[in-house]
Design a binder for this molecule. Structure first.
Ligand code: GLC
Length: 536
């Protein structure tokens, strides 16, 4: 860990995290693809914004069948992104401005080009054959069981040379590792240590709820009409191809390794599970599995006070003692919050960002959230995400939220050099970082000011979450002596905040009502949120 960063073991609880989708962040060498030196050149933006840690989407070598989530070597950096030295420089330079770096670990599967799979596929006798999940066909030659992959279609592909099928919960180019095998567990212990010894602050763990599968490969049961849409679409409940109790053994093993470092390395899981009860299990006792698990029921909820507040209250109630929530509204797999929750309405965007930054827990912003970046609509022939290609036109895939970061109003919005075609088209949205930085009323300044307020407020960092009942779109909660009021409705509202001690609106999402509270009430515009503190 760079010496400039304090050893506080709980740093991540008071942190604001920021997801860098490296391929779309900043291109330094004019090939239209974001890279590590491009990120280095933009660290000043992140330091100015005030974020505490970055999660870099996969930077390891990959043939990019699934844009980095098909890893071909866990100990190196993809050429297009730079070198291991560049990554070391990112870690050191970020550390100098108080920012830590987490990487993305993809343990459920490798690329089919990974040397382990090449060896495994070469012969049924190969040493590493059983590092992957192989099974014989059914008596009629069909797949070994009924599992469907998360990207649609059977989760099994026949290997004609051996006559066996291999399992892939995602693309056929992403064979699943066999986590029952001690060799796989040992290999990943080495991978964790390799990166953590270099000063990486932790990992975001890809699909960590799916790593281990039913040892008997039993058929999944059929979906019922009470199941979520996605299960009904796939026709089955993913009971046996993921979400197995033994996944927790792996997380406990990793937590022990993480806790051996100073400061302990952080485990942030992609816990894409259907219920909050299930999410809570990935925190273990509260101190022996994940430090943080992404809350997908929250991400997938409508932008509605009753729906969101209910999820927050239930999350708070269900997490084990000491466990810490994570709040996020966008990532590289879901439509951006500015589009999905807010339909591009800047009032709602500001409100959503204020919500993320004032709830109890760690907010994770996705690059572009800080300027309210929206999705871009794609035509079929522009799609690069295999999931979009497969499901078009019912689902456009994930390209809409992966477009390059707009830095200024120059050619290619400053993402790459003039005349270069970026790997994905730029968003059509009119916003960029430079314009917003020059405008104190911008979304960018609101986010920066909210991060700064949070950092100097013990209430916002650590205060309990104490909500009032939601009243017709008005969601009010207290964090210690600090009050947060969000008006998720089109009707202006007046709220009473009391006059003793005297209060002040420390931050308003519309920036109009900041300042001393007069007569103990605050007027909220449609879709406005405020943070009210006692006057010092
Ligand atoms: C995770 C990643 C996603 C990827 C999938 C398979 O959900 O976030 O981008 O496609 O895992 O690795």
């Amino acid at each position: 860990m760079p010496a400039s960063l304090p050893d506080n073991p709980d740093w991540w609880r008071s942190a604001v995290l920021y997801q860098v989708y490296v391929r779309s962040f900043a291109d330094s060498d004019g090939d239209g693809i974001g890279d590590l030196r491009g990120l280095l050149g933009r660290l000043d933006h992140l330091a100015w914004l005030g974020v505490d840690a970055l999660w870099l989407s996969p930077v390891m070598p990959s043939p990019n069948a699934d844009w980095g989530y098909d890893v071909a070597d866990y100990f190196a950096v993809l050429d297009e992104y730079g070198t291991l030295d560049d990554l070391d420089e990112v870690i050191a330079s970020a550390g100098r401005v108080g920012i830590r770096v987490l990487l993305d670990l993809v343990p459920n599967h490798t690329s089919d080009r990974h040397a382990w799979f090449v060896e495994a596929r070469s012969s049924v006798e190969a040493d590493r054959r059983h590092w992957y999940v192989w099974a014989d066909p059914g008596s009629d030659g069909s797949a070994p069981n009924n599992w469907v992959g998360s990207f649609g279609g059977p989760a099994w592909t026949l290997d004609p040379a051996s006559g066996q099928y291999f399992l892939h919960n995602f693309l056929p180019e992403q064979p699943d590792l066999n986590w029952w095998h001690d060799g796989v567990r040992g290999a990943f212990d080495d991978i964790l240590r390799f990166w953590w010894d270099r000063g990486v602050a932790g990992f975001r763990i890809d699909v960590c709820n799916m790593m281990i599968k039913d040892a008997e490969l039993r058929d999944n049961p059929p979906a019922t009409e009470d199941d979520p849409f996605i299960m009904q679409m796939f026709g089955q409940r993913p009971v046996y191809n993921g979400n197995r109790p033994e996944a927790h053994d792996i997380l406990r093993r990793w937590r022990t390794i993480a806790d051996g470092y100073t400061p302990p390395r952080v485990l942030l899981g992609e816990t894409n599970v259907d219920t909050l009860e299930n999410l809570a299990t990935y925190y273990g006792s509260g101190a022996d599995e994940l430090h943080m698990g992404f809350n997908f029921p929250f991400i997938e909820a409508p932008f509605d006070a009753a729906a969101l507040s209910e999820i927050v209250a239930r999350t708070e109630a269900l997490l084990p003692p000491g466990a810490w929530p994570v709040w996020t509204g966008s990532n590289h797999d879901v439509s951006r919050l500015a589009t999905r929750w807010c339909e591009g309405d800047p009032r709602k965007v500001r409100l959503a960002l204020l919500m993320l930054l004032t709830l109890r827990g760690t907010p994770v912003l996705y690059q572009g959230d800080e300027i309210g970046l929206t999705d871009r609509a794609f035509d079929k022939d522009e799609l690069l995400d295999p999931v979009g290609v497969r499901f078009w036109p019912h689902y456009p895939g994930r390209d809409p939220e992966r477009t390059p970061m707009p830095w200024d109003d120059g050619p290619n919005a400053g993402f790459t050099a003039a005349g270069v075609t970026p790997w994905l088209p730029m968003a059509d949205a009119p916003m960029n970082v430079a314009d917003q930085r020059a405008d104190p009323d911008s979304v960018l300044h609101l986010v920066r000011d909210a991060i700064a307020l949070r950092r100097r407020s013990p209430d916002l960092l650590g205060g309990e979450y104490t909500p009032d009942p939601v009243d017709d779109g008005l969601w009010v909660w207290r964090r210690g002596g600090t009050l947060v009021a969000l008006n998720l409705s089109a009707q202006p509202r007046e709220i009473g905040v009391g006059g003793t001690p005297p209060k002040t609106v420390a931050l308003s999402s519309h920036r109009v009502s900041e300042g001393p509270v007069v007569e103990g009430t605050v007027d909220l515009d449609a879709w406005e949120g405020v943070v009210v503190t006692s006057r010092a």
